[in-house]
Every structure is written in structure tokens, then in C-alpha cells.
Write a protein that binds this ligand. Structure first.
Ligand code: SIN
Length: 287
């Protein structure tokens, strides 16, 4: 395919999701045809990857803006001078990383992100991969009975377990296990209700939409009542056959569709530094 940026080629990474795109300069201004090809690949593959991209923070934000408004993380630190760019880092002596568990980004918001664009600045010599899981496949693999049951349920999401005053981030503020110190707040207790099965606003496909990071319970159920089914769903959602794994190099980019995937930043590179810039795009209210 010729697209103004040169020939775009798309190579799938696993049977479940993920494709690597080459022949695109994300810092440049893609013509409409190139942009349409990237957008379609994003919808088709749920997460797309690019290598060897040289982008300033402003160019990173400009590319993200072509997909929608920027969503600023309410708790995580921004790159100095660039409020729309989140900085994710783990220093060589840190033990705890950011995003080290299966989650979809910021599902505690009324309009959780459409997606995030993550750009590798400093990468350890090994480890520090990111895993992604396809939540369309997770939904489609359920029995008709379970689909019916879940289709009638909503779930309550909150940032409290991560960013509340008794949450994990507060614990890491008070020790030296993590240099990256997200803010914590009483506001993190706020709850937001979303359907357990959401319909993707662009593809029309159904995806499971609960995650261990932010889902608290089913609406109208207690936490104790919710726990067994949620636990089962969390295990189900992340089956190896629903996943792909991306091995970063400096200047690689991942752009995931937060409406139909979960991701997990692996923490297996102690003794080395890792630093990423992330720009996140606002989504719609899940339906
Ligand atoms: C995240 O955005 O959850 C972090 C992903 C990563 O650092 O690989």
C-alpha cells in the first residue's frame, strides 16, 4: 500500500490481537489515506505497534489528537512542561512498577479512554514487555448462558484501591519501592457504573468490560457476592490464547484500544531503568 508516508505494511503478532505497522512516520502529518489505514488497523487488531519512531512530546500529542480529545490522568505524574503527556518510569533500584497487573485504563471515569499511545524512551536490556488481552475474544468464548447473565449486569468501578488514601499508590508513596509517585485522594472513592459487556462504538462488537484494577463489584451485589464471579472472569479474560506480548525497543510505540483490551506491564527487569511517555485519548461512555 502506498500512503504518502511510503508503503505501509501490517504484520500480525499473534492469533488473538496485535499487529506491527511499518512504513509510517508518526511524527509527520499522515495524509488521510495513511491515517485511515492506521485507524482501520487499530480497529482490526485492537493494539498496533510501530518501531523506530522519533517524536517530540508535542508530536506525540498531535498524533493522539487525530483520534479525539486528550484525557489527562487524574493521579499519575505528567512530563514537566507537557501536562498531556504522562511519564511512566521505574528506576533501577525500584521494586514496584506502574501498570503491573491486568487492567483497562481509567475505567473509574464516566468516559474511560478510547486508547493510549505509549512511547518507549528508555528500555531495559531484557524484560519489561507489555502483554495485551483481547476482550472481544474473552466475551465470545463464553457460553450462551453466561453471556445472557453478564449481558444483564452492570459493574461498579472506582480508583480507590489504586489511588485512594489507603490504596496501593499511597503505600508506594511511603516507601522507596517506587520512585514514580502517583497522587492519592479521597476523591478516588467516587464510583462509576458501566455495563459488564460493552458494545464497541466503532466496530459494534461486544467485549467483556471488567478488570481487577478498578472493578469493585456488580451493581446491586455485595463485594462478597461479586468476588467469585469476578475472580473467574479475571482469570478467563487473560487466558494465554487471548493475548499477545510486545517486546519493546527504544523508540517503539504501542497504541491500544482500551475499549476492547486489557494490558499488563511486566515487572521482570529489576536493576535496570525503564521510562515511557503515554498520551491517552478520551472515549465515550460505555454502552
Ligand atoms: C500502563 O499504561 O498501564 C503501563 C504500560 C507499560 O508501561 O507497559
Amino acid at each position: 500500500m502506498a500512503h504518502g508516508n511510503g508503503a505501509i505494511s501490517i504484520k500480525r503478532l499473534s492469533g488473538a490481537l496485535g499487529a506491527e505497522i511499518s512504513g509510517v512516520d508518526l511524527a509527520g502529518s499522515q495524509d488521510n489515506e495513511a491515517f485511515a489505514a492506521i485507524h482501520q488497523a487499530f480497529l482490526d487488531h485492537c493494539v498496533i505497534f510501530f518501531r523506530d519512531q522519533i517524536m517530540t512530546p508535542d508530536q506525540h500529542v498531535a498524533f493522539a489528537r487525530r483520534f479525539g480529545r486528550i484525557s489527562v490522568h487524574p493521579y499519575a505524574p505528567a512530563l514537566p512542561g507537557h501536562p498531556e503527556v504522562m511519564t511512566i518510569f521505574k528506576e533501577k533500584d525500584d521494586k514496584v512498577n506502574f501498570g503491573g497487573g491486568w487492567h483497562s485504563d481509567m475505567t473509574f471515569l464516566e468516559k474511560p479512554p478510547l486508547g493510549s499511545i505509549l512511547y518507549a524512551k528508555d528500555i531495559p536490556p531484557y524484560g519489561g514487555d507489555t502483554m495485551f488481552a483481547n476482550q472481544y475474544l474473552a466475551y465470545e468464548a463464553l457460553s450462551p448462558g453466561m453471556k445472557r447473565t453478564l449481558g444483564a449486569l452492570n459493574a461498579v468501578h472506582s480508583a480507590n484501591a489504586q489511588y485512594g488514601v489507603d490504596g496501593r499508590s499511597e503505600a508506594s508513596r511511603n516507601n522507596d519501592q517506587r520512585s514514580m509517585k502517583p497522587m492519592t485522594s479521597e476523591d478516588a472513592k467516587a464510583e462509576m457504573v458501566h455495563p459488564v459487556v460493552r458494545t464497541h462504538p466503532e466496530t459494534g462488537r461486544k467485549a467483556l468490560y471488567v478488570n481487577v484494577g478498578f472493578t469493585q463489584r456488580f451493581e446491586g451485589w455485595t463485594k462478597d457476592e461479586s468476588r467469585p464471579l469476578l475472580r473467574w472472569l479475571y482469570e478467563h479474560c487473560a487466558q494465554p490464547e487471548f493475548t499477545c506480548r510486545f517486546n519493546w525497543a527504544k523508540n517503539s510505540v504501542a497504541f491500544w484500544d482500551n475499549r476492547c483490551t486489557q494490558h499488563y506491564a511486566l515487572n521482570d527487569y529489576h536493576g535496570f531503568r525503564r521510562e515511557m511517555n503515554r498520551v491517552t485519548i478520551e472515549g465515550d461512555r460505555p454502552r
